[in-house]
Design a binder for this molecule. Structure first.
Ligand SMILES: [Zn+2]
Length: 127
């Protein structure tokens, strides 16, 4: 890990490169899912996540979740509100039976295909 001195002395460009690398890594982890979620359906929530809504079945779920970022000084998390809510698509890998989750995000990112698959009306997405 980087020390505070290394962060302080880094240039803005270096920090921006670092930030995008961190985002890429977080995205990769989000796409590949979290190990240990092999329980039968429906998928168990990840730690620090509150499931507000859940649709689907047969190996595919669309879940609306509030997320705790885990930063010690985050006011939203300290208040118990957390971040979001954000949508996540949960899929079962047919070969391994493992769940993977995919970040969807805001209601606007839900595609027409997803709305049809999960039986969601456009009006339901005005979160
Ligand atoms: Zn937070």
């Amino acid at each position: 890990m980087l020390t505070e001195t290394q962060l302080r002395t880094a240039t803005g460009d270096e920090l921006r490169t670092l930030r995008s690398r961190i985002f890429e890594e977080l995205r990769r982890r989000d796409l590949e899912g979290v190990p240990g979620e092999e329980t039968p359906s429906p998928p168990s929530r990840k730690s620090g996540r509150e499931v507000i809504d859940q649709k689907g079945g047969n190996g595919r779920w669309l879940k609306l979740e509030r997320v705790k970022c885990g930063k010690p000084r985050c006011k939203k998390c300290a208040d118990g509100v957390g971040h979001g809510p954000y949508y996540y698509l949960y899929l079962t890998n047919p070969k391994t039976g493992r769940y993977t989750s995919k970040y969807v995000g805001k209601p606007a990112n839900i595609t027409e295909e997803m709305r049809q698959e999960f039986g969601i009306e456009v009006e339901d997405l005005e979160v």
